[in-house]
Ligand binder design. Structure first.
Ligand SMILES: [Zn+2]
Length: 280
């Protein structure tokens, strides 16, 4: 990093968020990479302040605070108050805000700021991680925009929601052999460890960038610059609609082609089995 590199200020970032298309009252799902912005005066706090300033007190901000608390991955049980987000500095900063509310989910919790944060985060454990009635799905009600801040579609969790909404049979295939769920664990209100099965386990997202060109062409994905970071802006509802038709044409579109990827290989094989003659 050269000493001459400029540091972005909160005010400059606010202006850029606004110019990119964010406005007061917006509901924003934010995926982010702090590093990609370059140097920011005040770091992650300043980025979050800048965004909240633009969407104002009637706006909503949702960030993933995923923790993947599965005993099989040797990740300790989820504690909603203390388990750190594993998906970046900006998400952890939002989680720690006094006015943020975190959903209770051992693998795919989210943190939300905004007047309807309770409605958005309530009962996450009773939905599937990124399926129907999860917090991402509930954000549709507020006309959610998705901002990929210095990230690309391979971190867009809403694409997992699209897999579920498109009723792709492969969401039933879990990482564990011969199972349609994974066992997660968490600390309950009494301070005891509790186990819960997780269905519709979000699989691999390494192949998700395949949707960028078609979405761009359809005008669903817009490229914007924030700080030094090439970023992307989408409307959740438009994404869901566009993905419905893309996945109708090719139901395995979102599975990656890496031969080492066990979950995508298993899911591809499963699709061959269940779609059988229909797809040949
Ligand atoms: Zn894969």
């Amino acid at each position: 990093m050269s000493q001459m590199e400029r540091a972005w200020t909160r005010t400059q970032l606010s202006e850029q968020f606004h110019k990119a298309g964010l406005a007061p009252g917006d509901a924003v799902i934010l995926h982010s990479s702090l590093k990609s912005l370059g140097v920011v005066e005040g770091g992650a706090e300043a980025v979050v302040d800048a965004l909240l300033e633009v969407i104002g007190p009637r706006g909503h901000l949702l960030v993933p605070t995923f923790t993947y608390c599965l005993p099989m991955w040797n990740i300790p049980p989820f504690d909603v108050r203390t388990t750190k987000s594993r998906v970046g500095a900006i998400t952890e900063t939002v989680r720690l805000r006094p006015d943020a509310l975190r959903s209770f989910h051992p693998t795919h919790s989210v943190a939300v700021v905004g007047p309807e944060k309770e409605t958005v985060t309530r009962n996450h454990l009773h939905a599937t991680p990124l399926g129907v009635d999860c917090p991402f799905d509930r954000m549709r009600k507020y006309g959610a925009k998705i901002l990929m801040l210095g990230t690309t579609q391979d971190t867009n969790s809403s694409l997992h929601l699209c897999e579920v909404l498109a009723k792709l049979p492969y969401v039933e295939v879990a990482f564990s052999e011969g199972q349609d769920f994974e066992l997660a664990w968490f600390i309950n209100e009494e301070g005891q460890v509790e186990y819960t099965p997780i269905y519709e386990v979000p699989g691999c997202s390494r192949g998700f960038r395949v949707v960028e060109e078609p979405l761009r062409r359809a005008g669903v994905l817009r490229d914007v610059m924030i700080g030094n970071a090439p970023s992307q802006l989408l409307l959740l509802e438009e994404l869901i609609e566009a993905m419905k038709s893309l996945l109708a044409t090719d139901p395995t579109l979102l599975l990656c082609h890496n031969e080492q990827c066990t979950i995508c290989s298993k899911r591809r094989a499963y699709m061959k089995k269940v779609m059988g003659s229909a797809s040949s």
